[in-house]
Write a protein that binds this ligand. Structure first.
Ligand SMILES: [Zn+2]
Length: 352
């Protein structure tokens, strides 16, 4: 079979690999869609401390079961499934408290386990053990189902940021994650959603798809002033930074309303993780700062449900469909802003 394997930064190869078989307690999938994440671009550029090369990349996976491992009850060949990316151990202090997203023993598909940029993917038994395989609802395509994983991370972020009825929400960053944030905020009842983005090209593409109330081009604009002006000086109830930018995080704190919440949804580069922050904003204005680290198996199920019911449509966000051999091109299209969501379809044409 063909796979896309990471060896080192800027060394990602499409190559032949032996066909895997299902582990006891696990499954083997024929991958129908594996979508490209911004993290794949980071990995391509600089690797990742938790990724052990050589490794097949890809963690936004939907496909069909082609083999059921011994003892993997409840699954049959032909089942259409979506798979979690972050695998909590289910037993540690954090997991027992219901916080699997911060499980310190978390492993990930495409990091410690071979991922979905491949014709076939093994689903480890530990994924099934934490209820991490979900049936794709009838009527939902594999491509849409593959977007459940990034949407699940967005759900985790907005739960923590307590996005809700009547709020003004600012989303900074108009990539695929920013677009999902805009749509989910609306689904959760936000009254007004403002979208801020540095790249004019990406902002135009994204705004055309998700229709924020205001699209603010950050280049040459004081975005803090812009948000304050649009909110009669009050600021936004929730500011979500879906961009790996320290400056954007600093600005977010100054855009937040009294009693508002700032979500540092995107991580900063490991070598530059600090910002300068006027902590009196947090103190006097009672602003809360929250994070978001991936998602839980339950968030993945919620995401599939939101997509299937039409509460958060994703089909139109998939702007590029590429064969496996063009995965790296897809990763670059995500970074350049020419694409919103890129999905890779690993099956050779003719396979239905
Ligand atoms: Zn745990």
């Amino acid at each position: 079979m063909r796979v896309v394997r990471f060896y080192a930064p800027r060394d990602v190869r499409v190559e032949e690999a032996p066909e895997p078989t299902a582990d006891p307690g696990g499954l083997l999938l024929r991958v129908r869609n594996c979508s490209v994440c911004g993290t794949d671009a980071k990995i391509w550029r600089s690797g990742h401390p938790n990724l052990s090369p050589p490794r097949v990349l890809g963690h936004e996976v939907a496909g069909e079961v082609v083999e059921v491992g011994e003892g993997a009850g409840g699954w049959s060949v032909g089942d259409r499934v979506q798979v979690i990316a972050a695998i909590p151990d289910g037993t540690c202090h954090e997991c027992r408290h219901g916080w699997p997203t911060v499980c310190p023993n978390q492993e990930r598909i495409g990091y410690q386990h071979d991922g979905g940029f491949a014709e076939l993917m093994r689903v480890p038994a530990q994924v099934l053990a934490v209820d991490g395989v979900n049936r794709v609802p009838d009527g939902l395509s594999f491509a849409e189902a593959s977007v459940a994983e990034p949407l699940s991370c967005v759900i985790n972020g907005q739960e923590q940021a307590r996005v809700g009825e009547g709020q003004t929400v600012v989303v900074v960053g108009a990539g695929p994650i920013g677009c999902l944030h805009v749509r989910l905020a609306r689904a959760r009842g936000a009254a007004r959603v403002l979208l801020i983005e540095l790249s004019a090209r990406r902002l135009e593409l994204a705004a055309g798809l998700v229709g924020p109330d205001e699209a603010i081009a950050a280049e040459g604009t004081d975005t803090v002033d812009a948000v304050l002006e649009l909110t009669d000086g009050r600021g936004a109830d929730v500011v979500i930074v879906a961009a790996g930018s320290g400056r954007a995080q600093e600005g977010a704190l100054r855009m937040a309303a009294r009693r508002g919440t700032v979500s540092f949804f995107g991580g900063l580069p490991k070598d530059r993780p600090t910002i300068t922050c006027d902590t009196n904003i947090v103190h006097y204005r009672e602003v809360a700062v929250v994070g978001a680290n991936g998602s839980s198996p339950a968030h993945n199920r919620q995401a599939l449900d939101l997509i299937a019911t039409g509460a958060v449509p994703v089909a139109d966000l998939i702007t590029h469909r590429l064969p496996l051999d063009r995965t790296v091109e897809g990763i670059h299209a995500t970074t350049s802003g020419e694409a919103i969501k890129v999905t890779v379809e690993p099956q050779p044409s003719g396979v239905t």
